[in-house]
Design a protein around this ligand. Structure first.
Ligand code: FES
Length: 247
């Protein structure tokens, strides 16, 4: 299998980048997309050229480290998967594949396909935790949680923080990410004590990081590898209004 990769190369945040062409032969349809990039990097090493920087860790859709735009879509041509779950069988022999980093002002390019997503970490630092005394873990069944709430909390907790929602949103909004992190705790009894502070501080940080506003286009839900529902955003907005009214 032979494809033409057009890959964004950029030395650093303040440097200009551009697409470079790489014709790559010897690929198989069973290769993952990241293995195809590995193969290209091996060819570049043999030629004494600089390898292409891209991020990954688990390569099994868990960690949220991988993430690039492929032919204009976050994580490639399929809905609800990560870049590392994409395989070359999704392309045809002779295809041209354009690969770019996440595009958002709040995600500056570090190098080539790597972006700085620490803005998401700073949102988490502002409340995506609970404060409780350490000690022996309580018996899980001692805290009854209605099934509907447990399901909503677990669905929101599935967010892996890859940033595809921001990258695919025309406003570069982080509302889906932030709402998932808020709702997975605010729906549980353990998260109730800090619920109002959590929603205020995390949404404040989201705005401070320069992410855009949500206009409910729904693009984030389609590209999110975990299929996190945009209903979480509506829930977060309601919680935010309530928290502000309390003040
Ligand atoms: S490398 Fe971990 S989700 Fe893709």
């Amino acid at each position: 299998m032979k494809v033409l990769f057009k890959i964004w190369r950029q030395e650093g945040y303040s440097e200009k980048g551009k697409l470079h062409d790489y014709e790559v032969d010897g690929l198989t349809e069973d290769m993952s997309f990241l293995e195809a990039l590995d193969h290209l990097n091996e060819l570049l090493v043999l030629k004494g050229e600089k390898v292409i920087a891209f991020e990954y860790d688990c390569r099994e859709g868990i960690c949220g480290q991988c993430g690039v735009f492929i032919n204009g879509r976050a994580h490639g041509p399929h809905n609800n998967i990560t870049t590392c779950q994409l395989h070359m069988r999704s392309f045809k022999d002779g295809d041209t594949i354009i690969v770019e980093p996440w595009r958002a002002t709040s995600f500056p390019v570090i190098k080539d396909l790597m972006v700085d997503r620490s803005a998401l970490d700073r949102i988490i630092e502002n409340g995506a935790y609970i404060s409780s005394k350490t000690g022996t873990a309580p018996e899980a069944n001692a805290i009854p949680i209605p099934k509907e709430l447990a399901d909503r909390a677990m669905d929101a907790a599935a967010c892996i923080g890859c940033g595809a929602c921001v990258a695919t949103c025309k406003n570069a909004s982080a509302a889906l990410f932030t709402s998932a992190k808020i709702n997975h705790l605010n729906n549980l009894p353990q998260g109730k004590a800090e619920q109002h502070r959590r929603v205020k501080e995390m949404t404040f940080q989201m705005d401070k990081e320069g992410f855009g506003s949500c206009t409910f286009t729904g693009a984030c839900e389609v590209e999110c590898p975990e299929g996190i529902s945009i209903l979480n955003i509506a829930e977060m907005n309601g919680r935010r209004i309530k928290a502000e009214l309390r003040d």
